[in-house]
Every structure is written in structure tokens, then in C-alpha cells.
Design a protein around this ligand. Structure first.
Ligand code: M6P
Ligand code: ZN
Length: 187
């Protein structure tokens, strides 16, 4: 039987104590997700294959509910701010919530029929991600973006469509400001 416990989450660093797992994604892991792979190669050649984001989870297969943090580094690749891969959930009834702890960003969402929405990510805002909306978080700030996520343990990730077609919109830096533009590669 699982036992109750308090989990300490540091909103500045994103550490989760105790945690059950963690992984990180480096720039090279995001090949095919940024709109400009040549710019990605140049960024890796210049800065090295740096960490783009890290995910720490508190997750038990015997419970329907999981949570954790995502810690996203600042920066741009080919003018596009650092992104997560973006996914739909495999289980179609599963939503998710992202509660931002520090930094600033944009949550980019796209429905199955191609409607696009954004939700500002900033401390104090908990973003609701309904079922059947693909979601990608984007660090548009100068510092780390740290948020807590809550999701069904078995929601599952479907990256296929996003990887193959791209999302319809990108968030790029224009005159120092995050700007939503059409993705020239969207198929
Ligand atoms: C959030 C959650 C995770 C997800 C992570 C990274 O932390 O939604 O489930 O894995 O973001 O996003 P992605 O898997 O799309 O790269
Ligand atoms: Zn999700």
C-alpha cells in the first residue's frame, strides 16, 4: 500500500524531494522539433550540446495521479525560444495542469482540428490543459522557467504528429519580445 507523504518542491530550482525519477533533454534531443535544424547545429557548435530542460517526477504506478516539475533553460535557437517537444496524451480523456513557480513563458496549445491557443506562464498562474490539446511549453524569459505539472500517471505521450507535422505556430524573439508567428515548416 502506498503511504501518504509531503513532497518538498523548490519553486526556484524545481527540485522535488523525494522524487521517483528525472531526465534531461539536451539541444540535440530536440532535433526535428525546432523549426531550423541548421541553426540548431550552429547553436550546438557554438555553445555545446547544453541542457534545454529537465523533468523531475513523483510518480507511482499504483496511483492514478502523478506530479513533478519541469525546469527549462533560457535561450533561443534560430530565434525560436527553448521549447519542450510537445505532445498529445495517448489517453484522450486526460488533461494536465501546469502551475508556474518561477520565470516566464508561454504555453502553446493546438487542438486536433488545428485551433491554436496560448496561455501565459508566470508565477501565480496555473494553466489548465484540456484533453485533446497538444501542449508545448516555451521559456520566453531571461531566467529559468520552473513549473509544477499534475497529470494522470497513465496519460501517455504522443509525440508523433507534432514531430512529423510541427505545430502551426512558433514563438520567436522579435525586437527582444516573444512573438507568435506561423511555422513555415508546418505540413
Ligand atoms: C511536462 C509534463 C511532462 C512532459 C514534460 C516535457 O513536464 O507534461 O509530462 O514530459 O513537460 O514535455 P515533452 O515531453 O513534450 O518534451
Ligand atoms: Zn502532457
Amino acid at each position: 500500500m502506498l503511504l501518504p507523504e509531503g513532497v518538498a518542491i523548490d519553486g526556484a530550482t524545481g527540485t522535488v524531494t523525494p522524487s521517483t525519477g528525472r531526465y534531461e533533454k539536451r539541444l540535440s534531443d530536440l532535433r526535428g522539433f525546432f523549426h531550423d535544424d541548421a541553426a540548431l547545429d550552429r547553436a550546438i557548435a557554438t555553445d555545446g550540446d547544453r541542457v534545454a530542460y529537465e523533468v523531475i517526477d513523483y510518480r507511482h504506478e499504483d496511483s492514478d495521479l502523478s506530479f513533478g516539475t519541469t525546469i527549462m533553460m533560457p535561450g533561443t535557437v534560430g530565434g525560436e525560444y527553448i521549447i519542450t517537444r510537445g505532445h498529445f496524451h495517448l489517453r484522450k480523456e486526460c488533461g494536465e495542469a501546469y502551475y508556474t513557480q518561477s520565470g516566464e513563458g508561454l504555453l502553446l496549445l493546438e487542438s486536433r482540428d488545428g485551433e491554436v491557443k496560448t496561455v501565459e506562464m508566470k508565477p501565480g498562474v496555473c494553466a489548465f490543459i484540456p484533453p485533446e490539446w497538444a501542449h508545448r511549453s516555451i521559456n520566453t524569459g531571461k531566467d529559468k522557467l520552473v513549473f509544477v505539472w499534475f497529470c494522470a500517471t497513465d496519460a501517455g505521450h504522443d509525440y508523433g504528429i507534432i514531430k512529423d507535422r510541427g505545430m502551426r505556430k512558433l514563438v520567436v524573439e522579435r525586437n527582444g519580445k516573444p512573438t507568435l508567428v506561423d511555422n513555415p515548416n508546418h505540413a
